[in-house]
Design a protein around this ligand. Structure first.
Ligand SMILES: [Zn+2]
Length: 540
């Protein structure tokens, strides 16, 4: 028999299954924690090691407090307070639990909470126990979740994955911004790319603001939406453009390869995982705000209700230069007009929950890049706080009934939606207009969410016009045919078509989008609101 602990395997032999199990678990404990089972004298009473059958019994005690389980199983576990930060009314503690060569950290608003989260994480790593997403109770065994990670379909794998994604994004953000005032933020987001088991942070971002209507740009030079997760997606686009620009020279390292039917596709084994430090605004968050946090876990408790119940599942709009969302106006024929918005009419921007739903249908690559690549879908979304599995899955995919077929390559993507083991402490900083982004290979950029430009007033590398320029660069650089009927070469008048026309020429993308909009409307979610058409009429 072989048992596996934190990616190491240990063999054991015996005359019965039970004996073999005992032998391999002893071997594991010997190697990992230095227990010597052949010499019982060496073990003091206080260490009180337990046999694996007892461990199994313990794991069956669902709902048991992780700290007491750890105390019983591994009395040698040591706890170290790593840091205590934050103002007195909202402190944040980080505590490390160490056992043998294994160390994990837990975070919490009290030392007790931090200890609890550290113990839970350690148990998860040691025994691959998981937590029931609905109740927050401990689960033993390896029941598969909805969606699964390569080779890790168990709950523990999901938690470990969520913690890793969360840590990588937080670490990169600290590395880049910890000595600056931009470290004070409300929402943090980031994308991690994993290829053949190696994970790399591609981008991180912060932000909670949308543009003031008066700052809309007719030249595609300001960003409409600077919420952290939206900025992360645009940052990912920049990285994807860079990758495509290199595709013909760096075949081996590139994540793309030529696709049979034109353009490019991701190589097998490449995945993108999104991290957001809190539930995205709109349908996933609004109901989560009323839910009670479960005491010991990064989970909210309470039934999520059905679509349609108390406006669950409705499309919502962000509030111009404020936080939060409001239901969309009910007029069926509502169209946002340029003169209306400039004259002070409220600018409507779809909520982050709605945009994530859209990424799960149309992909994250957007209309322009779909000329070059097949739709690219997120593999998982990790939420750092206010995680409610019911509200999240409804908002991100379940409210789309999807009965009309989508064009070839498009689908309703259902990424794994997971929570980090420790909930992120509430960010008490006053909300600001600042929004930062860092992109692998490009460094940091600081934006003002209300103007949609950099602090110096220049267009961001993420704005429509900047991305359109990269698109044109691609057309001039690549020798491979695009996937669509689009002429990307620069004509004699030194301009190519308007941004809007290039978007419209992405026929499959547009047809998938129409299907999505009609479907949501039919399901009673409301009408997807577009920005004034004038925004996309600029030439590139
Ligand atoms: Zn948002």
């Amino acid at each position: 028999m072989v048992c596996t602990l934190t990616d190491q395997s240990f063999r054991g032999e015996g005359r019965s299954k039970k004996d073999a199990k005992l032998a391999c678990s002893r071997r594991a404990l010997e190697v990992m924690f230095g227990h010597d089972f052949n010499n019982p004298d060496k073990m003091s009473e206080s260490q009180n090691p337990r046999t694996i059958t007892e461990i199994d019994d313990w794991m069956e005690l669902e709902g048991k407090n992780p700290v007491s389980i750890l105390n019983e199983l591994y009395p040698g576990t040591q706890y170290t307070l790593m840091s205590s930060q934050g103002p007195s009314h909202a402190p944040e503690f980080i505590l490390k639990a160490t056992l043998g060569t294994l160390s994990v950290e837990g975070m919490g608003k009290s030392k007790k909470d931090a200890k609890l989260h550290a113990s839970k994480a350690l148990l998860v790593h040691l025994h691959k126990v998981g937590f029931d997403p609905a109740t927050g109770d401990l689960l033993s065994g390896t029941a598969g979740g909805a969606g699964s990670l390569a080779g890790q379909s168990d709950h523990a794998g999901e938690h470990t994955w969520a913690d890793m994604i969360g840590q990588m994004v937080n670490q990169k953000f600290s590395e880049m911004f910890c000595l600056t005032t931009y470290f004070r933020r409300k929402v943090l987001a980031g994308v991690v790319m994993t290829r053949d088991g190696v994970s790399t942070v591609v981008c991180v971002s912060t932000g909670t603001k949308c543009i003031n209507g008066e700052n809309l740009s007719l030249a595609g030079q300001s960003l409409n939406d600077s919420h952290a997760e939206i900025i992360s997606r645009r940052s990912l686009l920049v990285w994807l453009y860079d990758e495509l620009l290199k595709v013909e020279t760096s075949n081996e390292d590139n994540v793309f390869k030529p696709a049979k039917d034109g353009g490019f596709e991701l190589k097998p084994g490449v995945r993108f995982d999104l991290y957001i430090s809190t539930a995205p605004c709109g349908d996933s968050r609004i109901f989560s705000l009323h839910e009670e946090p479960s005491e010991e876990f990064n989970l909210l408790s309470g039934p999520s209700g059905d679509v349609g119940e108390g406006s669950r599942g409705k499309l919502r709009s962000k509030v111009e230069s404020g936080m939060g969302t409001v239901p969309l106006p009910i007029e069926d024929h509502l169209v946002q007009t340029w003169d209306g918005v400039i004259a002070g009419e409220r600018l409507l921007t779809m909520s982050c929950s709605d945009k994530i739903l859209r990424w799960n249908i149309l992909g994250v690559q957007g209309a322009l890049l779909s000329h070059w690549t097949k739709p690219i879908y997120l593999s998982s979304i990790t939420i750092g706080s206010r995680f409610h599995p019911g509200h999240m899955s409804r908002a991100f995919f379940d409210r789309y009934s999807g009965d009309s077929p989508l064009p070839c390559g498009y689908m309703l993507n259902k990424p794994l939606i997971i929570a980090t083991t420790s909930p992120e402490a509430r960010q008490v900083w006053k909300s600001s207009d600042n929004s930062v982004n860092w992109i692998l290979g490009c460094g940091p950029e600081i934006l003002n969410g209300s103007t949609g430009k950099t602090l110096a007033g220049a267009p961001s590398r993420l704005c429509k016009s900047s991305l359109a320029k990269r698109f044109r660069e691609l057309g001039n650089a690549l020798h491979v045919k695009p996937r669509t009927q689009v002429d990307m070469k620069k004509p004699a008048n030194n301009k190519i078509d308007s941004y809007s026309k290039l978007k419209m020429q992405a026929k499959d993308y547009q047809s998938a989008k129409r299907s999505m909009v009609e479907n949501l409307k039919k399901a009673g979610a409301g009408k997807w609101i577009k920005k004034p058409v004038e925004q996309d009429l600029f030439y590139i």
